[in-house]
Design a protein around this ligand. Structure first.
Ligand SMILES: Nc1ncnc2c1ncn2[C@@H]1O[C@H](COP(=O)(O)OP(=O)(O)OP(=O)(O)O)[C@@H](O)[C@H]1O
Ligand SMILES: [Mg+2]
Length: 402
């Protein structure tokens, strides 16, 4: 067998065959795989997976259901069609033929132009397309995975929930994936579905779980790394397995480990800093940071600046972003901690920033985030705490050039 390359091992964008790590869900101490399996085995129930972005929701479904058994749709697929079942049929590549409605005839024309992977003919006049699709899914052990459900138009979310309520009774298997707090109303708080839901909450990754990715991966590449080295990588990965996969891949690239067979171990922690900088080159948060640094409109007024220990002068918004990026890298930072960081950074012989100023400025930053497109919604400021919603943003803030 030919030698595995680092790009086979570390897969930040797809299913990580060699570095898949199974985790326990703290709510029940069973693995997420067992919980999803159990949910899928429960007939008549709909499975709702909720978890922060890039925490492995899609990969979990691929692991448990199998890529070839998933029919995947996203909330976006419903932007141009409000007929749930025709969207599902199209994605499953079911050519609906025979005595069907006009809509179905149109669908089958479409299928002729596209390559048809699967094709079934429904001769029975009484079968509606919906029932035909349900039977097709059951007959082929397929599971509908509705990803990023929160992107479906709100009115449609309720209609989809209504359609699914009936379908799951007929043993149609469906998993709905969404970000926390984004699709609660149509699914988790929908009285029609109460008592018919299997709920799986994916939690952010802990450092000991992230460490496993690096240890397993470098082990497969026959390279020794110490626990301390793996720990440092895990801390920089900021609860994101995707970041861990991509930092390890960047590290392998800059160390040339695929071609240099003399490398048996990696110890020098400065390599981690270089890998993080290299990795940040692929991320694009420049516009987000620019917008946050600009802060609210000053109506032409010059904003007050504060001097940092290194002599540089920055305004309050740049100062706060800098404090968020400081060590230790954490994704939820309390006002007290932020104030400590500001105190450490500022040249206190020249100036000071009090807690109220930090609090007010964060409120203004939150207003900017609220009024901006989803790409800008990288953190949330509430109850005197900053919650970084997108770990890649914090990573870029620490390592990117902007
Ligand atoms: N169990 C795991 N073990 C190792 N790596 C993982 C695991 N789960 C996810 N990853 C890594 O994280 C990446 C992102 O995972 P995935 O796409 O499943 O996240 P997601 O929660 O679906 O993200 P999004 O919110 O963008 O849909 C994967 O491509 C993989 O590199
Ligand atoms: Mg996903």
């Amino acid at each position: 067998m030919c030698k595995l390359q680092s790009s086979d091992i570390f897969k930040p964008g797809t299913f990580p065959e060699y570095t898949y790590i199974s985790r326990l869900s703290s709510e029940l101490n069973y693995s997420y795989e067992i919980r999803l399996q159990q949910a899928l085995n429960t007939s008549g129930y709909l499975t709702s997976i909720i978890g922060p972005s890039k925490t492995g929701k899609t990969v979990l479904c691929e692991k448990v259901i199998g890529q070839d058994k998933i029919v995947s749709l996203t909330g976006n697929d419903f932007k141009n069609s409000n007929d749930f079942w025709s969207v599902v049929a199209k994605r499953a590549e079911i050519a609906l033929e025979g005595e069907q409605t006009e809509m179905d005839t149109y669908e089958s024309h479409n299928q002729i132009n596209n390559t048809i992977r699967r094709s079934v003919t429904f001769k029975e006049k009484y079968l509606s397309s919906k029932e035909a699709i349900i039977n097709y899914f059951k007959g082929n052990n397929l599971v509908l995975v509705l990803d990023d459900f929160h992107y479906a138009p709100t009115e449609l979310q309720f209609d989809i929930a209504y359609q699914l309520k009936d379908a799951i009774r007929k043993e149609f298997k469906v998993v709905i994936i969404s970000l926390p707090h984004r699709a609660d109303d149509a699914i988790r708080k929908n009285p029609d579905l109460s008592g018919r839901l299997s709920l799986i909450n994916i939690e952010p990754w802990q450092t000991h779980e992230l460490r496993e990715i690096a240890i397993t991966g470098f082990n497969k590449l026959n390279i020794d790394i110490s626990d301390a080295f793996a720990e440092r990588l895990a801390v920089e990965s900021l609860t994101s397995p995707q970041l861990m996969q991509s930092i390890c891949l960047s590290l392998s690239t800059i160390q040339n480990i695929d071609l240099d067979s003399n490398i048996k171990s990696i110890e020098d922690e400065s390599i981690i800093d270089n890998s993080c900088k290299f990795n940040a080159l692929n991320l694009n948060y420049k516009d987000v940071i620019k917008k946050l640094k600009e802060g609210p409109s000053t109506r032409g007024q010059q904003r007050k600046t504060y001097e940092i220990m290194n002599g540089q002068k920055v305004d309050i918004y740049s100062f706060i972003l800098r404090a968020i990026a400081e060590n230790p890298p954490i994704i939820s930072i309390h006002l007290e901690e932020l104030k400590n960081r500001v105190d450490k950074l500022i040249n206190s012989t020249v100036n000071r920033i009090d807690k109220n100023k930090i609090r007010d400025s964060l409120g203004k930053l939150q207003d900017i985030v609220n009024d901006s497109e989803p790409i800008y919604q990288v953190f949330e400021w509430k109850d005197n705490q900053i919650y970084v919603l997108d770990p890649l943003f914090l990573f870029y803030l620490r390592w990117g050039k902007y």
